[in-house]
Design a protein around this ligand. Structure first.
Ligand SMILES: *Cc1c(COP(=O)(O)O)cnc(C)c1O
Length: 238
């Protein structure tokens, strides 16, 4: 496919997603500005990120460190983002030996679900001379499924308090993925209740990262501030 045909395809998909976001926002009596669209670009080339940038997207989500880091470098060769408007989001499962690399390119880590990473992340914030922004990944699976990541609702506040013990770490909010076997509005209804309690404990940690291609309207209804949308914009991943 030529570059301009690919750009047109992405533009068309993005416009359809945008109108679905506007509808969901209206139906929930919310404002469009309360919801940030993160384009999930895993498995797609840096050239697609350049198209997305041209179309106004400033937030990219990635799951794998190595893939993301090389794309980050390639993208930055194309686009000199003087205002530093582009933000990179890591949303894959964390691994200890990848933390340093992730912290070099990611502005936000959405998938913290274990306190054992915190001392290393604190050290990285010192080495890299920047705060590290973390979202706690909440599991909505019952029972918890370790292969999908996330902490149990009853462990959430305790993990948040541990993050707060480290001056180099910034507690940004919550992230959740809907279970495979539950209707998204039910799952995100639980998220809404849990996030209200979380916000009372940590009023500054007010991001709610929830909703993907199949369920972002339900997530917006439940209060999501950041939706992570891949295939609806870029096509199915092979
Ligand atoms: C891949 C992925 C997404 C995007 O999924 P789509 O269904 O392609 O929109 C969002 N969040 C996480 C955690 C993912 O792994």
């Amino acid at each position: 496919m030529s570059s301009s045909a690919r750009r047109d395809e992405i533009a068309k998909n993005l416009a359809a997603v945008e109108s679905q976001i506007r509808l969901a926002v209206e139906n929930s009596n919310r404002e469009r500005s309360e919801v940030t669209l993160i384009a999930v670009t895993k498995n797609f080339p840096a050239s697609d990120l350049v198209h997305l940038y041209d179309l106004g997207i400033r937030n990219f989500g990635e799951n794998r460190d190595q893939e993301a880091k090389s794309k980050f470098e390639e993208f930055n060769n194309y686009i000199e983002d003087k205002e530093q408007e582009v933000k990179w989001h890591f949303q894959g499962q964390l691994q200890r030996n990848k933390l340093r690399s992730i912290a070099t390119w990611a502005n936000f880590i959405h998938s913290l679900d274990q306190d054992r990473y915190l001392p290393s992340l604190q050290q990285l914030s010192i080495d890299l001379e920047k705060p590290i922004s973390l979202l706690l990944q909440l599991s909505l699976d019952l029972p918890i499924r370790p292969d999908r990541g996330g902490v149990a609702p009853e462990e959430l506040i305790e993990l948040g308090e541990k993050v707060k013990d480290y001056p180099g770490l910034k507690l940004q909010g919550l992230m959740a993925v809907a279970p495979l076997d539950v209707a998204p509005d039910l799952a995100f209804g639980a998220l809404k209740t849990i996030s209200a309690t979380f916000l009372r404990a940590f009023p500054d940690a007010n991001w709610i990262s929830a909703g993907m291609s199949g369920d972002f309207a339900a997530a917006i209804a439940a209060g999501a501030t950041h939706i992570r949308v891949g295939s609806s914009i870029l096509g199915s991943r092979t």
